[in-house]
Design a protein around this ligand. Structure first.
Ligand code: GDP
Length: 444
């Protein structure tokens, strides 16, 4: 994920003053110097860094009355608020039309993830907003862009309109919009052509499409990996087309993040979505405050809760959790819990969103944990129903069969069963203690 080294550097800067009782001019200056280096190293535009530090200093000086916060907490809060301001204060939703069909035009340089983002946004519109989107394939330049959109359309369940690469893009858009109206779509996304660099011919074509489509939103995809170049690209597109929002892609990569931090402030175009992977669900609405939390290593519990609500079967999880607490859970429940947790993604990724645990996320060996979890799942799946209910009946021959069936060893089967029995025993004791009023679960 982007911002990793920025998070580390900022936390180091804050730590230096955390042990000091008072905020003085001297320790404040030392800390600000560190913050400045951290931001510059993250490739944030130098003008923005300058203004940022002036604002932080001004606010810190004016806030000396907040004695309940120690100096480092106070500075973290101020830096946090300034980051939120830089990133745009509030989320910027799509400009949905009140009635009639909303039109969204996607633009961007080739390879930035434009076509992929059309698919992802369509998927989000269906999942979260209950919309009926239709897609228009107007990228007639990049070979295979039309087929790519058709494949994505199929995957997310949306009709894709295309007239092939021989028809000019403007004509495709004209006919596509008519078709969308006929079909009763409530939102249309137009995938347009990109180029490797900004050129006049491209801009002219996009301006013509804009003229015909009268889009409610023009979203520009920019690749986080290109750093501050994002700003130049965004400015060029904005001058010609009046872009209404940005989709910053590839934030799952190890970009330093500076471009993302600077672009809103310089172009005044809000970031509306962020791309966090290649899969269709790897897109989030951009929330400035949550991003600031993440950058400062404060976790992002809101996104985690939302993902849990969307991806996990909460009823089922609650049921197994309750059985677990009562000490009556079976290996089937254990299997389900593992499956549910895995739906949320990598454990390191989950930890990053939990305040307090995020600092340990980089120490997680995700591959090893996933391998372990997959082996545990394979072992349980190789058991019969009876065995999962009561592993006590497992004798040597059964264990051999399970090990062979799951591609593991008898030792691993033993280890899993022992672990399971131990946990169940412990849970049972806790349940009894709690019943007897001797233990307050909240105190755990
Ligand atoms: P276009 O030329 O702008 O339409 O670009 P594509 O949509 O074809 O994307 C170019 C490449 O970037 C593809 O391999 C995508 O899978 C990949 N890509 C797009 N968005 C993301 C993202 O958010 N994260 C990652 N890791 N890859 C992405």
């Amino acid at each position: 994920m982007a911002f990793e080294s920025l998070t580390e550097r900022l936390n180091k800067a804050f730590k230096n003053i955390s042990g000091q009782g008072k905020l003085t001019e001297k320790n404040m200056d030392d800390m600000l110097r560190e913050v400045r280096l951290a931001l510059l190293e993250a490739d944030v535009n130098y003008k923005i860094v300058k203004d940022f530090l002036v604002n932080v200093k001004d606010k810190a000086v004016g806030q000396e009355v907040y004695t309940s916060l120690n100096p480092s907490q106070m500075v973290v809060k101020i830096v946090h608020d300034e980051l939120v301001a830089l990133l745009g204060e509030k989320e910027a939703p799509l400009n949905f039309k009140e009635s009639g069909m909303t039109v969204v035009m996607m633009v961007g340089l080739q390879g930035t993830g434009k076509t992929t983002s059309v698919g992802k946004i369509t998927s989000l519109l269906k999942r979260k907003y209950n919309k009926h989107p239709m897609l228009i394939a107007a990228d007639v330049i990049r070979p295979a862009a039309i087929e790519q959109l058709q494949t994505l359309g199929k995957e997310v369940g949306a009709e894709v309109f295309s007239l092939g690469i021989e028809t000019p893009a403007v004509e495709t858009v004209r006919q596509g919009l008519a078709r969308a109206k006929e079909s009763g779509a409530d939102i249309v996304l137009i995938d347009t052509a990109g180029r490797l660099h900004i050129d006049d011919e491209l801009m002219e074509e996009l301006a013509q499409i804009k003229e015909i489509a009268k889009p409610d939103d023009i979203l520009l995809t920019v690749d986080a990996m290109t750093g501050q170049d994002i700003i130049n690209v965004a400015q060029a597109f904005h001058e010609k087309l009046n872009v209404t929002g940005l989709v910053v892609t590839k934030l799952d990569g190890d970009s330093r993040g500076g471009g993302v931090l600077s672009v809103r402030s310089i172009t005044q175009v809000p970031v509306k979505f962020i791309g966090l992977g290649e899969k269709m669900e790897d897109l989030d609405v951009f929330y400035p405050d949550r991003m600031a939390d993440r950058i400062l290593g404060m976790g992002d519990i809101m996104t985690l809760v939302e993902q849990a609500q969307e991806k996990m079967d909460l009823e089922q999880s609650e049921k197994s959790a309750r059985k677990m607490m009562e000490g009556t859970f079976t290996l089937d429940d254990m299997l389900q819990q593992v499956e549910q947790v895995q739906k949320l993604g990598s454990l390191g990724g989950i930890m990053k969103m939990i305040p307090g645990l995020n600092q340990f996320a980089s120490q997680m060996d995700d591959e090893k944990t996933t391998r372990q979890m997959n082996r545990s799942k394979a072992i349980i799946r190789s058991m019969t129903k009876e065995e999962r209910q009561d592993p006590g009946i497992l004798r040597a021959s059964r264990k051999k069969r399970i090990a062979a069936g799951s591609g593991t060893t008898v030792q691993e089967v033993n280890a899993l069963v022992n672990q399971f029995e131990k946990t169940r025993q412990m849970m049972k004791q806790m349940a009894q203690l709690q019943k007897g009023g001797k233990m307050n679960m909240n105190a755990l």
